[in-house]
Write a protein that binds this ligand. Structure first.
Ligand code: ADE
Length: 229
């Protein structure tokens, strides 16, 4: 039977998932807790990685290689880059890039290193499932590029640079690193984010204010997806 990994970066992003799970068993590994559980008869493993590209790569790898998950869904919050996105809106990544990866000194484009790709696409089938759910439930779902970096962006200049350089709709700190791992290991993956802030001067205050409510919006949508997979 399929085993679905559900990953967040912060405890606040997975708490609204765990509260709906049955038969939870905690496994401690690599300074982290992995929650093996079932949801409506499906086997899942839920974890939060801690913030950033390194921790999220580690946790995604373990979910696949140690816990043998064969699909990965990411649930969490993001800063809006596109002016269409408001706090609480849901956005799915069609592709992910690393906005802080920079060897432009050698003539390469931003986000590129040799043998890598600037933008890694997410699984089309999982995106279709999400769009079907959104349609049935009349939930507005935006789709676009999500840019990832090891920086909390709280500055309009940086946000606009990310928008112009990568055509990004939203930004966060884990999606592209999870994408690199899943792509390399051939695991279908899906990245969902609900907007917590607009990545400008008030981002820190908005993030603290809306983290829990936006994380819940994302988690509830992910649970609908688990049912349909
Ligand atoms: N996640 C949520 N908001 C963010 C921001 N402004 N920058 C980076 N990651 C985020």
């Amino acid at each position: 039977m399929s085993k679905i990994a559900i990953l967040g970066a912060m405890i606040e992003e997975i708490e609204p998932l765990l509260s709906h799970m049955d038969n939870i068993k905690e496994v401690n590994y690599a300074n982290n807790i992995f929650y093996e559980a079932s949801f409506k008869g499906k086997d899942v493993v839920v974890a939060y990685s801690k913030i950033g590209k390194v921790f999220s790569s580690l946790t995604a790898t373990l979910l696949i290689e140690k816990f043998r998950c064969d699909k990965l869904l990411f649930s969490g919050v993001a800063g809006a880059v596109s002016s269409d996105l408001k706090i609480g809106d849901l956005v799915i990544a069609d592709g992910l890039c690393q906005h802080d990866l920079d060897i432009t000194a050698f003539g390469h484009p931003h986000g590129y290193v040799p043998e890598g790709e600037v933008c890694i696409p997410t699984d089309v089938r999982l995106r279709e499932i999400a769009k079907d759910i959104a349609k049935t439930k009349s939930i507005e779902l935006k789709e676009g590029i999500i840019a990832t970096g090891d920086q909390f962006v709280a500055c309009s200049d940086r946000k606009n640079w990310v928008k112009d350089t990568f055509n990004a709709h939203a930004l966060e700190m884990e999606g592209a690193s999870v994408a690199v791992v899943c792509n390399a290991l051939n695991i279908p993956f899906f990245i969902l984010r609900a907007i917590s802030d607009t990545a400008d001067g008030s981002a820190d205050i908005d993030f603290d204010t809306f983290l829990a409510s936006s994380a819940k919006v994302s988690a509830e949508f992910i649970l609908e997806m688990v049912e349909k997979i």
